[in-house]
Design a protein around this ligand. Structure first.
Ligand code: SAM
Length: 335
């Protein structure tokens, strides 16, 4: 069945039946072949270089109540925090000194606070003109996206979460709509942000057909970045009793999407390394080309608890970075 992989690599697409086989087959040599091909394509695009992005978990205050997410509004057991502008700038300064040139500010959805971040974004842009500033702040009024873009942000990550409206409604309460999330993605792209989308793998009620719909949506949208990680339950959420997604399935999706969109930036995510200790390396070997070391102040990391056991190293950013670089080098890559 390796002709499926050849076809996918050659034509950058495959019919639904072929995708289903790649996602469901229990033939481990097929899986190995898929990962090897994805890795070769990533190597052709990026060499053996892995790009680092400094993740700063800006705030866990969120107006939404996504049924799967630990920082959902209704989770009252979580102490809430937002980093001050000074704290954000200190994180950036530390990342910059350690050689990172992309800052990623991520947080719960909080439109007024997101608009109030604009001066901080402008200060980041002025202080580090040669860096990329990525935001991941959820669905905001379009004028806020425009304001943040004018202030100097140039990338935005907004996972679509699932391409099926029925599945979307089983993961999110009524006021949230897939249609609106997709409209936000279109607007972000129109404003000139390099845009990222993606989904959780193995989220409750997800079928292989849902994943194929996700792949098709990503294929149509052609995002510059793709954020994918396994679903991991959080006990204080309505979906906390469902099983975690599979690391293997996540890796197959990295590989399939690498073969379809050779130039996309795909991080090997924290959720994957939470599920599997060697997850970060496995993600790279299945086609991922980005790693996002955590620069959130250690005192706040435990509170950005999206899911149980989130691997939030208790060590300081510098030590964490050293370990990450060693991991990357141990499989023949460099940063
Ligand atoms: N508020 C922003 C948004 O809506 O895009 C960014 C923060 S949100 C917490 C970041 C991502 O975390 C979500 O897009 C979701 O895919 C992921 N996430 C949330 N809960 C999760 C869980 N239980 N397991 C795995 N990933 C999860």
């Amino acid at each position: 069945m390796s002709y499926l992989i050849e076809e996918l690599r050659e034509r950058k697409t495959l019919d639904n039946q072929g995708l289903k086989t790649l996602l469901e087959s229990d033939d481990l040599s097929l899986e190995e072949d898929l990962f090897r091909n994805a890795r070769e394509v990533a190597d052709e695009q990026f060499g053996r270089e892995i790009w680092l992005r400094a993740l700063i978990e800006w705030s866990n205050v969120c107006r939404n109540d996504c049924y799967y997410c630990g920082i959902r509004h209704s989770n009252t057991s979580l102490p809430r925090y937002s980093l001050t502008p000074e704290e954000i700038l200190t994180c950036c300064d530390q990342a910059w000194r350690l050689g990172l040139r992309t800052f990623v500010l991520q947080g719960g959805e909080n439109p007024s606070a997101a608009a109030a971040l604009a001066p901080t974004v402008a200060e980041m842009r002025a202080s580090w003109p040669d860096t990329a500033i990525t935001l991941s702040l959820g669905e905001l009024p379009f004028e806020t996206y425009a304001l943040l873009r004018r202030s100097g942000a140039n990338r935005y990550l907004l996972r679509h979460e699932t391409a099926s409206p029925v599945h979307y409604a089983r993961l999110h309460p009524a006021p949230m709509r897939l249609e609106h999330r997709l409209a936000c993605l279109q607007e972000l792209q129109r404003l000139g942000f390099r845009t990222g989308m993606g989904m959780m793998v193995g989220s409750p009620f997800q079928t292989t057909d849902d994943l194929i719909a996700d792949i098709r949506l990503i294929q149509r949208f052609q995002p510059g970045m793709i954020g994918l990680g396994p679903f991991i339950p959080h006990p204080d959420t309505p979906l906390g009793q469902y099983p975690a997604g599979s690391a293997g399935q996540t890796l197959r999706l990295y590989a399939i999407l690498r073969l379809m969109l050779p130039q996309a930036w795909i991080p090997s995510t924290t959720a994957l390394s939470t599920l599997r200790p060697d997850g970060r390396k496995a993600g790279i070997l299945a086609g991922a080309n980005v790693v996002m070391p955590n620069f959130t102040p250690v005192s706040h990391r435990a509170d950005y608890a999206l899911y149980a056991g989130k691997s939030a190293p208790a060590v300081e950013a510098e030590e964490n970075l050293k370990q990450l670089i060693q991991e990357i080098e141990s499989i023949g890559y460099h940063v």
